[in-house]
Design a binder for this molecule. Structure first.
Ligand SMILES: Cc1cc2nc3c(=O)[nH]c(=O)nc-3n(C[C@H](O)[C@H](O)[C@H](O)COP(=O)(O)OP(=O)(O)OC[C@H]3O[C@@H](n4cnc5c(N)ncnc54)[C@H](O)[C@@H]3O)c2cc1C
Length: 426
């Protein structure tokens, strides 16, 4: 098929009239003026929702990448928005800077990570967009605009999380920190203990998260703290091998839960304890080979344990095909208008489903639990919410929509999916 586009998991497919790869902001501005609409901009295609899907033009930012400038005194770096996080980490380390936090992978483009409020874990660590100092983008009329926190903080808060609908980012300045080291430890504990001590355990480390291993009754806890110690070797990652074991046991024993549990516990007992010290860029990201689809909801922090307990019960009673561990993280509150962490300390819970099978029934059954606890969905992960729902969840929703209309008066960036999210009649 000409111009076929697909996201990482294969769930979202598109056949646009044009896939364009502008070399600079000037070419991008021309495209915004004349290319067939709607124009949707792609980062690395790692979102699970149809944010990038378009019948008109998909803009790839892969040529607009790299470091523009940096300042050692403030630990700031100005970057082109198509820069992927993997190369970006090395660029930052090379100039003595570190990203304060990262998510699970380093494949996204910085523009894409900002677009959906991509985050890591840590009660005092914000998502990537909280590092923004300046934003430069091409608006819906093809005009280049620039905003800074010092000059117009409201515009940074309005457009810092923007789903590719408030202009196409060309350059961003990020507030980083001097390069640093982390000590990372992993250990296993009963989920009942984890849920009982949730608040203290999640608050006791700079960054803490855990995975619940379905049908096991056990969680794997991961703690990262700043360290001045000498580096030690990062152990070979066992995640993919562990997943393969969980999948095999699921396939063979889906309807024999007690045997499945016993064998999972046997596999967990063999997991080596992990404790190492490494430079920040060698710690956060993992290699994800097995394709999945995912839903993640961001809940008021204190609701996390109750919601997770219900999700576990639902999964283990009704969805024996599930084998991916559930991921639980915390994220600091922020002021960005479309940030799911807007003004609240968050507990994020993510559930995954093998991409080879239909994830919908599981996700449809889990979503009401997340919503009951006041959850806001990750913009880049499966959910069924529409404009009327978001209006209730986001106190600055109407303000954000007014800014969007000013940036894109002719709805150049509005696809049918974006229209359903924003409540726009097209
Ligand atoms: C294996 C895997 C692991 C993941 N781990 C995490 C995690 O740990 N934490 C987390 O929060 N999420 C995670 N995600 C989700 C992922 O980080 C987000 O969906 C992210 O937005 C994907 O970035 P991307 O570069 O692929 O952007 P895309 O998916 O291509 O685009 C995302 C959004 O950003 C917009 N966009 C892209 N570039 C620009 C630009 N230059 N200007 C304006 N808008 C732009 C797009 O239009 C779209 O709306 C994971 C996803 C996968 C597949």
């Amino acid at each position: 098929m000409p111009n076929a586009w697909s996201n990482w998991s294969g769930l979202v497919q598109a056949a646009p009239k044009l896939i364009a790869t502008p070399a600079d902001a000037g070419e991008l501005a021309d495209l915004v003026r004349i290319a067939p609409g709607p124009l949707r901009v792609a980062g690395a295609g790692h979102s699970f929702t149809p944010l990038v899907k378009s019948d008109g033009t998909i803009v790839s930012m892969e040529k607009i990448e790299g470091l523009v400038s940096h300042d050692a005194a403030t630990s700031r770096a100005r970057l082109r928005a198509g820069t992927r996080l993997g190369p970006l980490m090395h660029l930052m380390q090379g100039i003595g800077q570190g990203l304060p936090n990262m998510g699970d992978i380093d494949k996204q483009a910085i523009g894409g990570a900002l677009g959906t409020a991509t985050h890591g874990s840590g009660p005092k660590l914000g998502a990537y967009h909280t590092q923004l100092e300046t934003l430069q983008f091409v608006d819906g009329t093809g005009k280049l605009r620039e905003y800074s926190r010092a000059g117009d903080q409201d515009m940074i808060h309005a457009t810092g999380v923007a789903l590719g609908a408030f202009g196409i980012l060309t350059e961003v300045t990020m507030n980083n920190m001097p390069t640093y080291r982390l000590r990372r430890r992993k250990w296993v504990l009963p989920i009942a203990e984890m849920l009982k001590d949730f608040e203290t355990m999640m608050a006791a480390h700079r960054s803490a998260e855990f995975y619940y291993i379905p049908f096991s009754g056990y969680a794997q806890f991961i703690a990262s703290d700043l360290s001045d110690a000498a580096t030690t070797a990062r152990p070979t990652e066992e995640d993919e091998a562990g997943l393969a074991t969980l999948r095999k046991l699921r396939t063979a024993l889906a309807w024999l839960p007690s045997l499945r549990r016993r064998l999972i516990l046997g596999a967990i007992a063999k997991l080596p304890a992990e404790d190492y010290v490494q430079d920040w860029l060698n710690v956060y990201a993992s290699d994800r080979q097995t394709k999945f689809n995912e839903m993640e909801y961001h809940l008021p922090f204190e609701e996390g344990p109750k919601a997770l307990a219900e999700i576990i019960e639902l999964t283990e009673k009704r969805f024996p095909e599930v084998y991916f561990p559930m991921e639980v993280r915390s994220v600091a509150p922020d002021e960005f208008w479309l940030s799911p962490f807007h003004k609240r300390l968050t507990c994020s819970i993510a559930i995954h489903h093998d991409a080879a099978n239909d994830a919908e029934p599981f996700m449809r059954a889990a979503e009401p639990i997340f919503r009951k606890y006041g959850g806001r969905p990750h913009w880049g992960k499966m959910h069924s919410l529409k404009a009327a729902d978001f209006k209730k969840l986001y106190p600055r929703w109407d303000d954000a929509m007014a800014v969007r209309r000013d940036i894109d008066p002719e709805n150049r960036f509005v696809s049918p999916y974006m229209a359903s999210l924003f409540g726009i009649d097209t």
